[in-house]
Design a protein. Structure first.
Length: 255
């Protein structure tokens, strides 16, 4: 078991990717898995229950990651309950908003730009700030941030999201440089089209087929496939890997 006795924090644990990763952490032997949520307590509780059923101890905790003090409080709570924080995967982000995603660049407002930056970028940054003091004490830890393929190569739609995700990729590299000498690894995953409920909601059959065919594998990825990559990065299997952006997109962009 690759995460035996480790204590893991998953932000955005009520969503498809976060939930899948939380359950996989439990299956890989994690001692405790803490999942955070903002808007969907029932989904987060279901994830915590699935973690328990997989043999670990699951906790669902509400937090607004745009507020640094809240995630600092959560990190302190985890340290108090479980004694350490070994790994973090940061999936929390602003939900898909068609007004922002499909809006004309020239008409994007300050609010349109601010929402993904606050939820995705600042949420990830504040989470890292909250857990790093404990990882520094341990002289070990793994942080997995979540970028995206548009964040790496750009897109004609969803520019505010792409900007936030691009900054997250760079954040992973910066933190890897700063904290590598202390034994802490920081990497990022850049998913492509993944078949989560949020991504599939409102998607027409034509749009689904078009997006699937963008990938060389001619399909959407599954949340489990992203979760498996996260497990690799959280575990000691990737003990010599840091500062990397791992693309998981079925062969859509090549870097």
């Amino acid at each position: 078991m690759r995460l035996r006795e480790k204590v893991i924090l998953i932000t955005g644990g009520s969503g498809g990717l976060g939930s899948a990763t939380a359950v996989r952490c439990a299956q890989e032997g994690a001692k405790a898995v803490y999942v955070t949520y903002f808007g969907s307590a029932p989904k987060a509780e279901l994830t915590a229950r699935a973690v328990n059923e997989a043999g670990s101890v699951g906790h669902a905790l509400k937090v607004d990651l745009r507020r640094k003090a809240e995630i600092v409080r959560i990190a302190e709570l985890i340290k108090g309950r479980s004694g350490r924080i070994d790994g973090v995967a940061c999936y929390a982000g602003y939900p898909m908003d068609k007004e922002i995603w499909l809006g004309d660049f020239l008409t994007l407002t300050e609010e349109h730009l601010r929402k993904p930056v606050e939820a995705d970028l600042l949420g990830s940054l504040f989470t890292a700030q909250a857990v790093l003091p404990f990882m520094l004490d341990q002289k070990a830890g793994s942080i997995v941030l979540v970028s995206s393929t548009p964040g790496l190569v750009g897109d004609i739609a969803g520019i505010p999201y792409a900007l936030a995700k691009a900054a997250i990729a760079n954040l992973a590299k910066c933190l890897a440089k700063v904290y590598g000498p202390s034994g802490i690894r920081v990497n990022a995953i850049a998913p492509g089209s993944i078949a989560t409920p949020a991504n599939l909601a409102g998607l027409s059959g034509t749009d689904y087929e078009m997006l699937a065919n963008e990938a060389s594998l001619r399909r959407f990825g599954s949340p489990l496939e992203v979760a498996n990559l996260a497990i690799h990065l959280l575990s000691d299997e990737s003990s010599f890997r840091t500062g990397q952006i791992d693309v998981c997109d079925g062969g859509t962009v090549f870097r």
